[in-house]
Design a binder for this molecule. Structure first.
Ligand code: PGA
Length: 255
């Protein structure tokens, strides 16, 4: 963690209407104290339909939780029915945008190249991308974890300057651990996060790599967060299921 402020992010996926989202954020704000926000940065990533409501609540009540989105289209505007642009997100004061989540890659066929375009678009509009990378179970069993993760990193970060890297967050999410209740052991997660950081070091220099926050994601719960956060190269978590409930998510934030 060495000097990097942890980032705990709640990825709500396709859950919570805007009314439910407001209720969860209100409960979360009630549970968290200034000391909690001091120790870790917190972001919530509601569905697009709830962004405006959550933004309004955060700003009206001065709640220091960052607003995040789950995806974005790379173009500023245009004939892309059903898509949401980075301009629209920036206007809602979105701070973090998840790109390349494995569900987008697997269920919607997103390629590394598309993920890279999205990441560059997020940076162009002064927001921070959370770039998700991770291997399948078959890849892990075949000993290809590092090759897969480092390949996704390399491709996802094409065209990014060392300076812009200061705004990029990496989320290592082994696909077999997402939503399965089967999390990577803290040591295994650490090994991959460390490899990712050293690859960033080779590409951008060790000083830049030392500043980049690397989250772990995949079945993070109040019970396993402490052991994960104790690892040197893990600087936070991208939490799915357990972030839907305000009390559970608050417990994770307070690990
Ligand atoms: P999970 O999801 O915590 O439900 O495993 C994590 C993610 O997909 O970001």
């Amino acid at each position: 963690m060495a000097g990097r402020k942890p980032l705990i992010s709640g990825n709500w996926k396709m859950n919570h209407t805007h009314l439910e989202a407001i209720a969860v954020v209100q409960k979360l704000a009630y549970s968290l104290s200034p000391a909690d926000y001091e120790r870790a940065e917190v972001s919530v990533h509601p569905a697009f339909t709830a962004l405006r409501s959550v933004q309004t609540l955060l700003e009206a009540d001065n709640i220091p939780i960052a607003l995040g989105a789950q995806d974005v289209h790379p173009a500023d505007s245009g004939a892309f029915t059903g898509e949401v642009s980075p301009v629209m997100l920036a206007k809602l004061n979105v701070s973090y945008v998840i790109v390349g989540h494995s569900e987008r890659r697997q269920l919607f066929g997103e390629t590394d190249e598309q993920v890279n375009q999205k990441l560059l678009a997020v940076l162009k509009h002064q927001m921070s991308p959370i770039l998700c990378v991770g291997e399948t179970l078959e890849e892990r069993e075949a000993g290809q974890t590092e090759a897969k993760v480092l390949g996704q990193l390399q491709a996802g970060l094409a065209g990014v300057s060392a300076q812009a890297m200061g705004r990029v967050v990496i989320a290592y999410e082994p696909i077999w651990a997402i939503g399965t209740g089967r999390n990577a052991s803290p040591e295994d997660a650490q090994a991959v996060c460390k490899a990712a950081r050293s690859a960033l070091g080779e590409r951008f220099g060790t000083a830049v790599a030392a500043q980049v926050r690397v989250q772990y994601g995949g079945s993070v719960t109040p019970a396993n967060i402490s052991a994960l956060m104790a690892q040197e190269d893990i600087d936070g978590a991208l939490v799915g299921g357990a972030s839907l409930d305000a009390e559970k998510f608050a417990q994770i934030v307070r690990w």
